[in-house]
Ligand binder design. Sequence first.
Ligand code: RFL
Ligand code: PHB
Length: 400
Amino acid sequence: MGTTTRTQVGIVGGGPAGLLLGQLLYRQGIDTVILEQRGRQHVEGRIRAGVLEQGTVDLLHEAGVGGRLARDGLVHHGFDIAIDGVRHRIDLAGPTGGKSVTVYGQTEVTKDLIAARLDAGAPLVFEAEAVTPLDLDGDTPRLRYTKDGVSHELVCDVIAGCDGYHGVCRQTVPADVLRVYERVYPFGWLGILAEVPPVSHELIYANHPDGFALASMRSPTRSRYYIQCPLDTRIEDWPDDRIWEQLRNRFGADAGEAMATGPSIEKSVAPLRSFVAEPMRHGRLFLAGDAAHIVPPTGAKGLNLAAADVRLLSWALVDFFKNADTAGIDGYSEACLRRVWKVQRFSWWFSAQLHRYDEGDGFTRRLQLAELAYLIGSDAARTSLAENYVGLPFERPGAG
Ligand code: RFL
Ligand code: PHB
């Protein structure tokens, strides 16, 4: 048997949710230990999100990790939707009173948070194996885990389950307590990262008869592209040239000709899923981020929603530990879920308008084209899209 350690908040998962929670609580003088099952290199190298809402950017500044983000983040005031190769711009700033989004990779957010944690000397255990939450119903829940073959126990006041969709924390909530809502989409995204300048200075979301495509970026010299693909897609069947050809086709002639191509430095397939687990609290366990919900990536909301949970959880825990006030932790699940379902709705809607659904008579595609034509022509519809894309306003817990 190894050590027994005491902490206030045991955080399972060192992804963006767990790291950001740890950082916000550290700055409030609240003690945390983060247990992460993978190694540092793996966590820092995972290519995922790229678009941060203003609220997420503000929270990263509040957490004291906004330096590199302010310098290297690319502020975007709009994006394009390409319909059958014809591009239409969606302005974000005009309809939202000047709001924007910032393109800054999740890899960079993660690196900034890990560096801040290590600089602070706060505990972050990589390669923590067999993490097991225990005694969630009592006042001192525990986390048992193994590191380098030695077992350890962490005695906590609260456990934060920030261990993503495949994590262990959600699974410890009894089945008769947890309600799960889920939609699995009949396609995935094939993503490619390449050291070439982006085809456009803003993102392009494409609805094309051959399927969805997205042009994004990580910097002025690094591009991130996605194409809709079947769920059984094998990377080996998609040499770079085949992906570039599909991208050229789906964005239309102008963008196709302008697109710089080059060897991929990363390539991966991700399935699309909508998922919500309710409630997000069980006893002294609080779920945050992908551990509690997944959205399809079309609206660029997953990381932002994780940050929104963490914002609420950090407020609630500060009230709990500093003021012995339980209103925040008691209202946590309900307050989070109000936002979660609005963001689920938006992510589902945006996904439904842009992807190819294989069906006999083309009814869905006709509806998509009508919906997109309405969007392009209606100030009200574009305002609705813009206000969701830049991020809905934050509600203080307890408000209606
Ligand atoms: P993560 O990032 O999955 O981190 C969970 C961490 O927990 C660890 N873990 C465990 N640790 C200890 N014990 C266990 N038993 C454990 N089980 C798991 C894992 O190793 C991991 O380190 O969840 P978190 O922190 O909630 O963050 C969520 C985001 O990562 C996710 O929502 C976004 O990446 C989603 N997403 C996007 N979100 C956006 O806001 N904007 C975007 O532009 C965007 N694009 C995307 C995306 C996700 C994508 N994929 C691959 C699903 C694009 C793609 C392609
Ligand atoms: C990305 O750059 O990875 C990205 C951008 C926008 C999305 C999804 C992913 O909607």
